[in-house]
Design a protein around this ligand. Sequence first.
Ligand SMILES: NC(=O)c1ccc[n+]([C@@H]2O[C@H](COP(=O)([O-])OP(=O)(O)OC[C@H]3O[C@@H](n4cnc5c(N)ncnc54)[C@H](OP(=O)(O)O)[C@@H]3O)[C@@H](O)[C@H]2O)c1
Length: 243
Amino acid sequence: MDNIKNKVIVITGASSGMGAATARKLAQLGAKVVLAARREDQLKALVSELGDNAIYVLTDVSKKADLDNLVQQAIGRFGQVDVFWNNAGIMPISFFEEGLVDEWDKMIDINIKGVLYGINAVLPHMLERGQGHILATSSVGGLKTSPGIGVYSGTKFAVRAIMDTLREEVAQTIKVTTIFPGATQSELGHDITSPKIKAIYGNLTNMPKMDEEAIANAVIYAISQPDNITINDLVLRPLGQTR
Ligand SMILES: NC(=O)c1ccc[n+]([C@@H]2O[C@H](COP(=O)([O-])OP(=O)(O)OC[C@H]3O[C@@H](n4cnc5c(N)ncnc54)[C@H](OP(=O)(O)O)[C@@H]3O)[C@@H](O)[C@H]2O)c1
């Protein structure tokens, strides 16, 4: 884990869930963490818990200027960005017949455009330095579709395609890692409004879920590799998850 110490690691979606859990672990390992999300109270509390090697930057990943500012703030405070994890995402899932188009738009703006804006903001800096590591959180829904998750799944297939192509373009110098989590404990889905999905989820309360630490451990595994090794894809499911 020596090569995590002093790395400057930017995490979007760091105010809760797997982003926050990973930030905690990375800070314990001596990384400098830059936490990005919209909810200031959560970010402030996490930074005060983590101490001097953590800062937060209020960021809405659906806004290009916010991602540009995030990278500038990270460089301003810590001098460079070694690792950038595009992790922010939302999952207000529904069936197509319900026509919740505003929620489709939000998922596209946050889950797809957010990742593109993150890559756009940090890539020139990493190319100039001739090194760096970009990660993104897709989902097992980015590998396989199922009824009720069409738009979410579409955004996560897009993340996979974007990251695969990025890897093909920059593999000489930049590490590119896509994480594909299965069901994980977090706040994800708190914004589901679809009555049909709520009815189904009511029947799935006992579905197996990983804790956020499982994702933190996977991300740390990817980041802690030697300079000449790049972990491309990591798929994690809780035991018992079949889809
Ligand atoms: N939990 C699962 O079962 C699961 C499975 C597969 C993939 N994933 C993916 O894992 C990632 C992290 O989710 P999680 O499970 O940890 O859920 P979570 O606890 O809901 O975390 C989502 C994070 O994204 C941030 N976010 C949402 N919209 C944003 C925006 N417009 N700008 C900036 N930040 C935004 C949230 O912060 P603010 O609200 O403060 O902005 C929060 O920090 C997501 O991409 C999700 O799709 C989760």
